[in-house]
Design a protein around this ligand. Structure first.
Ligand code: GLU
Length: 503
């Protein structure tokens, strides 16, 4: 048997370090067994998937140095590798399940489903589909189809008993069927949900081992049942522990930069990032701290993954990166990497409009560019001390802006401006009160290029990291203060949304 693994990102946001971590373990496992590593784009969620996000994910994964053998960009014998191009494959499979009685058409409207959920919750039950359309007669179904009533396709699920899942790292996992919903497999628009597309593709792409994050364990019973319905052998499951923030919470951009591109922009080496991710729940048999991807592959044994939540700690990654910079690169390589990082032609073309209007001699340039090169601008609380704002107002501005920027999908000047404006409106402050805080937080200086331009050049994660740093400098927000801010932020968002609706 040829081992075949895959990474199957959904292009719905920034390329997440968690994706690189799962990709790395899939790669290492495949290569340790002389196998094949596949990249598949799971873009069945049409509303949230974007081409820009797919591009960013491919670019970021390529930058890490992980090479896939098959994928949407490199092709391969099992393509297409983008789920949006495979709709007819899933439709045929969903139809087969309906024909064989393993799935049924459900005509329930959104209102009916809401009522059902509310009634179940009022009765203290876990909300789930109650199966009313599973019992429709053939005649009724034909009638409703003839009148073109919209429908979804749901899978049948046993009503009683337990589902046993075997996980390579966790052994047997038992999940009662009563906790498993009659999952929608095909939506009203004829497109599949994640569950159907994922199972069909893993089978058709001959995936032998599904190595993914533990957040997918609850989906495993549905997947196992689908394999049974289709009469296919199921790949071996292996759910890896989730990466965590130093406070043990799930790694999220609320607390840590999570975009792979952030690490590239901050000047980390891809080798060091992969090396660090390789130490998340796994270690070299001799506990060597610095190792290359090839060394990891040679020594890799997935059964040595430990399940305690691995902590993704920026300071440790920084230290490891330092080890790489100190001794792993030749001088030529070092210089080339440094140039590519911050002194490339494309970088200077990007910043040229900001320099042209400002400098008289090239030696003036460093001063203006420093905010783009440095990791974190240095400044003390005095720099954020503006006469017309007390420290709580400063903290509110920073925290509101961090939250608001988290929801920006397309990072451009307009969105940054709108976000800052939103914060001003939400806090009843004028733009000229808010701007100096943002300006100092991003530049650390009295004079620098505009805060809007800086935010665009820095990108989303570096901008948010700077705002978080400024918030720390401003004394941080207590747990209680955070609760209060969360509430007033939610009110402000609701307010803006309702105004939006009124227009
Ligand atoms: N598309 C899923 C994700 O975004 C893949 C989950 C899986 O590996 O089955 O993580």
């Amino acid at each position: 048997m040829t081992v075949r693994t895959r990474i199957a990102p959904s292009p719905t946001g920034d390329p997440h370090v968690g994706t690189a971590y799962i990709a790395l373990f899939n790669y290492a496992f495949a290569k340790a067994h002389g196998g094949t590593f596949v990249l598949r784009i799971e873009d069945t969620d049409q509303a949230r998937s974007t081409a820009a996000s797919e591009q960013a994910i491919l670019e970021a994964l390529r930058w890490t140095g992980l090479q896939w053998d098959e994928g949407p960009d490199v092709g391969g014998p099992h393509g297409p590798y983008r789920q949006s191009e495979r709709a007819s494959v899933y439709q045929a499979h969903a139809a087969r399940l309906v024909e064989q009685g393993h799935a049924f058409r459900c005509f329930c409207s959104a209102d009916t489903l809401t009522e059902m959920r509310q009634a179940q919750m009022a009765a203290g039950q876990t909300p789930r589909y109650d199966g009313r359309c599973a019992a429709l007669s053939e005649a009724t179904v034909s009638e409703r189809l003839a009148s073109s009533d919209p429908y979804v396709i749901r899978m049948r699920v046993p009503e009683t008993g337990d589902c046993m899942i075997h996980d390579r790292l966790r052994g047997e996992i038992t999940i009662p069927w009563s906790q498993v919903d009659m999952q929608v497999l095909q939506k009203t628009d004829g497109l599949p949900t994640y569950h159907l597309a994922n199972v069909v593709d893993d089978h058709l792409m001959a995936i032998t081992h599904v190595i993914r994050g533990e957040e997918w364990i609850p989906s495993a019973p549905k997947h196992q049942l689908l394999y049974q319905y289709f009469g296919w052998e199921m790949p071996e499951l292996c759910h890896l522990p989730l990466l965590r923030n130093p406070d043990q919470s799930k790694l999220s951009k609320r607390k840590n930069p999570t975009s792979i591109l952030f690490y590239r922009e901050q000047g980390f080496l891809p080798e060091a990032l992969l090396n660090y991710l390789g130490r998340m729940g796994w270690s070299m048999p001799d506990e060597t701290e610095r190792f290359t991807l090839d060394e990891m592959v040679k020594a890799f044994n997935i059964d040595r993954v430990s399940l305690g939540g691995p902590i993704f700690d920026l300071d440790k990654l920084r230290w490891l990166n330092g080890q790489w910079l100190k001794s792993a690169l030749s001088d030529e390589d070092y210089v080339e990497r440094l140039m590519t990082w911050g002194f490339s032609e494309s970088f200077f073309h990007q910043v040229l409009p900001h320099l042209k209007t400002r400098i008289d001699v090239f030696s003036d340039a460093a001063n203006w560019l420093m905010p783009l090169w440095e990791q974190t601008p240095e400044f003390g609380p005095d720099a954020l001390d503006f006469a017309d704002l007390d420290v709580e107002a400063v903290q509110s501005i920073l925290q509101f802006l961090i939250w608001r920027l988290e929801s920006v999908v397309v990072w451009d000047r307009e969105q940054v401006e709108l976000s800052i404006q939103f914060v001003g409106d939400a806090l009843g402050l004028k733009l000229k009160q808010v701007m100096p805080i943002v300006f100092v937080s991003l530049s650390g200086k009295q004079r620098a290029i505009s805060a809007f331009d800086l935010a665009v050049l820095l990108g989303a994660d570096r901008t948010r990291a700077r705002l978080r740093h400024a918030l720390d400098v401003a004394g941080g927000v207590s747990k209680k203060g955070l609760k209060r801010l969360e509430k007033s932020y939610a009110d402000a968002v609701a307010n803006i949304d309702s105004q939006g609706e009124a227009h």
